[in-house]
Design a protein around this ligand. Structure first.
Ligand code: ADP
Length: 336
């Protein structure tokens, strides 16, 4: 059952079209990630759902009820922000309980919910501290707790991990995944980080210029990108996009795409192409070699102990099963 439904949403700021006829649904218990480059309309989408801004066209519904004109505080939604937005003068306990106190919940009930929430997030030992005495990761846990404690119908997460260092981001990402499954919470999660989108999302909506380019599971978006934008935005290093003539392919397509892991480094195999390595990037587990092939750059994944280096000749052959074909407007075409 869809919990949150956006239908044909449009939003303009003067002459800037922030959202252009956007529709999608978040299912009950689903974590849907909105991902896209800066300025594509992610935060605007969240602000419209939270009721912090008004829209020019379209409707928003939660559990089948149209909330487009409902005041923010009467929408059954909790938001978690990038900058935590904790009250600095209150303890963690007070920060957690504040929203419930405003709702006139009894202090016994509040204490029970604070305990339950603190346990779920493993922050019981922090309850008497103030935000100034917490690390970034701890603050973010408290911010999640403050949303959780209200038991909202829908959680909105606005780049919640982007202020944290890389290692902590991975830890909290795993914690969020576990929490999401345990609570069966319905979450709309915004990020510009495609790795975060691929690892967290039950489904991913890839946005550009106020429009959804593709909505699907991480596998669909990665393995069957709808267009060249999605193909190059999802995946790191990005998919190689080259004219089909490079691989001597007979096709009507304008561009052919192949991911770095789907190229084989070959030695004089028929059909292989020859180039010169211009860059090598080591990631620890792998190395990525970029070569110049006629007028194109192509990146291939090699093993970490590959002896190939800048200046060497390299021969590549694509795995034909993993080729992607795009027409002149960049849209995926399924057959060769
Ligand atoms: P994202 O969150 O994906 O970075 P935003 O939703 O913040 O993107 O912005 C979408 C577009 O709307 C951008 O072009 C941005 O400059 C514009 N925009 C956002 N907020 C405002 C505002 N308050 N006034 C004018 N333009 C805005």
């Amino acid at each position: 059952m869809p919990r949150l439904v956006l239908s044909e949403i449009s939003k303009r700021y003067d002459d800037v079209v922030a959202l252009d006829n956007v529709s999608f649904e978040v299912q009950d218990g689903e974590l849907l990630v909105l991902v896209g480059p800066s300025g594509c309309g992610k935060s605007t989408t969240l602000r419209l759902i939270a009721g912090l801004e008004s829209l020019q066209a379209g409707t928003i519904a939660i559990d089948g009820t149209d909330i487009t004109a409902t005041a923010p505080k009467h929408r059954d939604i909790a938001m978690v922000f990038q900058n935590y937005a904790l009250y600095p003068h209150m303890t963690v306990r007070q920060n957690l309980g504040f929203g419930l106190k405003m709702k006139k919940m009894s202090s016994d009930e509040i204490e029970l919910r604070v305990k339950e929430t603190a346990e779920a997030l493993d922050i019981e030992s922090l309850l008497d501290r103030k935000p100034g005495q917490l690390s970034g990761g701890q603050k973010q846990r408290v911010a999640v707790g403050r949303a959780m404690i209200r038991k909202p119908a829908v959680f909105l997460f606005d780049e919640p991990l982007s202020n944290l260092d890389a290692k902590l981001r991975v830890t909290l990402r795993n914690e969020l995944t576990r929490l999401h499954h345990r609570l069966a919470a319905t979450i709309l999660y915004v990020t510009h980080d495609q790795i975060e989108a691929l690892t967290l999302g039950d489904r991913i909506a890839v946005m550009k210029d106020g429009q959804i380019q593709q909505l699907g599971t991480p596998q669909q978006v990665y393995n069957e990108p709808a267009n060249t934008f999605v193909a190059s935005f999802i995946g790191n290093p990005p998919m190689n996009l080259v004219p089909p003539s490079i691989f001597q392919l007979e096709t009507d397509a304008s561009l052919v795409g192949i991911r770095p892991e789907h190229l084989i480094i070959s030695d004089q195999k028929p059909g292989s192409i020859t180039g010169t390595i211009s860059a090598r990037q080591n990631t620890g587990a792998d190395s990525f070699l970029t070569g110049e092939f006629k007028e194109c750059e192509i990146t291939v994944r090699a093993s970490a102990d590959s002896v190939l280096n800048v200046g060497d000749t390299i021969e590549l052959i694509p795995n034909p099963e993993n080729l992607h074909f795009f027409n002149q407007t960049g849209v995926r075409i399924s057959n060769v």
